[in-house]
Design a protein around this ligand. Structure first.
Ligand code: ADP
Ligand code: MG
Length: 394
């Protein structure tokens, strides 16, 4: 929730030169789970407002509520106290719903999609941090994939006077640097191709035509059953693969019969925890190595794009090759970094925030808005200056 601080909207339109404006980074801090509550772990993330958080705060964090009940936070004295301030495009605290996250992330990029630009959305974070909850959710709290599709169908309606639409969806898994079709039970690795009209294509991939967002849910559920799951010491249900949901929007203009195809990619990334931390050996370790390779090169590509670099190392991994036509240029990219507030995940949370901070060049976009001159902006200027230094050091 916004605690009376000014809403600073990073510049969006009219700045296609500025790649930073095309990458949006949102951090979501999930509520403590029951186990973390029982252990009475200390809370290492303090959500200050809708843009700022403090990692490993010195002072006791604001009262923490679990299922509406205020919880004591006894262990606050034994702190390492990194006291690191982070500013992102948005920070969502424990009370944020999937709907709130949707409003702050993918809702706006649909306009870009309708203008003809590919878009991509990532959920990043350690296993158990809330990636799949954010992306898929459950019946009670549908995730941003569903909410985005619902909004896409709604958006399309308003364009139907002059365009005809055809929506096709695919669901892919990238596992051990191989690409699999989650909508097919068979596990044959598929090849990537580049097509002049469709962009990057996966040869032989199922493309399901859908007419409503509801149809999508069954499809995602079935697809998820085909995902690679292996128990590891860290988490019995950890997912060691990247799940890539892609929506192809075919638009045919009624006046010119011109055809345009745009793509929205929504990616539930594999757990970002280090392979060594999960005590993996052999095949599991190889998975870990490949997962890190994909996450690392995704990070590299996004950093180069945010810096305005000309050479983007897409070819370094399967994931970045697959998303080559959906990252950079006028493509809108949203990175949602999921973290747990508990000290149990101290290292993972710290690493995730660093990864997100590297992708986030908000200082460029915020500065422009500062001209409007709200008194309280000055506090951001200071924090941003500190952050600039820190990001360089990371
Ligand atoms: P990941 O996909 O990152 O491994 P999950 O999304 O599966 O993590 O989340 C781990 C557990 O925490 C799940 O049981 C999930 O329902 C729960 N959870 C995650 N985020 C939230 C949230 N914002 N609110 C309530 N429960 C959550
Ligand atoms: Mg998951």
């Amino acid at each position: 929730a916004n605690r009376g601080l000014p809403a600073i909207a990073p510049s969006k339109s009219g700045s296609t030169q500025n790649m930073a404006a095309n990458i949006r980074v949102v951090v979501r801090v999930r509520p403590l789970n029951e186990k973390e509550m029982e252990l009475n772990n200390r809370i290492v993330v303090d959500v200050v407002d809708d843009k700022m958080l403090v990692f490993d705060p010195k002072e006791e964090v604001r009262p923490f509520f679990y299922q509406g009940v205020q919880q004591p936070n006894k262990n606050f004295l034994k702190r390492a106290n990194k006291e690191l301030k982070f500013v992102f495009d948005n920070v969502c605290g424990q009370s944020a719903t999937n709907k709130d996250v949707f409003e702050l992330t993918t809702k706006d990029i649909l306009a870009s999609l309708m203008e003809g630009y590919n878009c991509s959305v990532f959920v990043y974070g350690a296993t158990g941090a809330g990636k799949t909850f954010t992306m898929i959710g459950n019946n009670e709290h549908p995730g941003i994939t569903y909410l985005t599709m619902e909004h896409l169908f709604y958006t399309i309606n308003s364009f139907e006077k002059d365009r005809e639409f055809d929506i096709g969806v695919s669901y892919i898994e990238v596992y051990n640097e191989n690409v699999y079709d989650l909508l097919k039970p068979s596990r044959t690795p598929l090849q990537l191709r580049e097509d002049s009209k469709y962009g990057v294509m996966v040869a032989g991939l199922t493309l399901n035509s859908i007419k409503t967002a509801r149809e999508l849910l069954n499809m995602l559920e079935n697809g998820n059953k085909n995902r690679t799951q292996h128990p590891t010491d860290a988490n019995a249900e950890s997912s060691r693969s990247h799940a890539v949901f892609q929506v192809y929007v075919k638009m045919r203009y009624k006046t010119s019969s011109q055809l345009r195809i745009v793509k929205l990619s929504m990616i539930d990334l594999a757990g970002s925890e280090r392979a060594s931390a999960t005590g993996c050996v052999g095949e599991r370790f190889k998975e870990g190595a490949n997962i890190n390779k994909s996450l690392l090169s995704l990070g590299n590509c996004i950093n180069r794009l945010a810096d305005g670099g000309s050479y983007i190392p897409y070819r370094d991994s399967k994931l970045t090759r697959l998303l080559k036509d959906s990252l950079g240029g006028n493509c809108k990219t949203v990175m949602i970094a999921n973290v747990s507030p508990s000290s149990v995940s101290y290292e993972d949370t710290y690493n995730t925030l660093k990864y997100a901070a590297r992708a986030n060049k908000i200082q460029l976009s915020i500065k422009k808005n500062i001209v409007d001159g709200d008194m309280r902006m000055s506090q951001y200027v200071k924090v941003i200056e500190e952050l600039k230094k820190k990001v360089k050091e990371l």
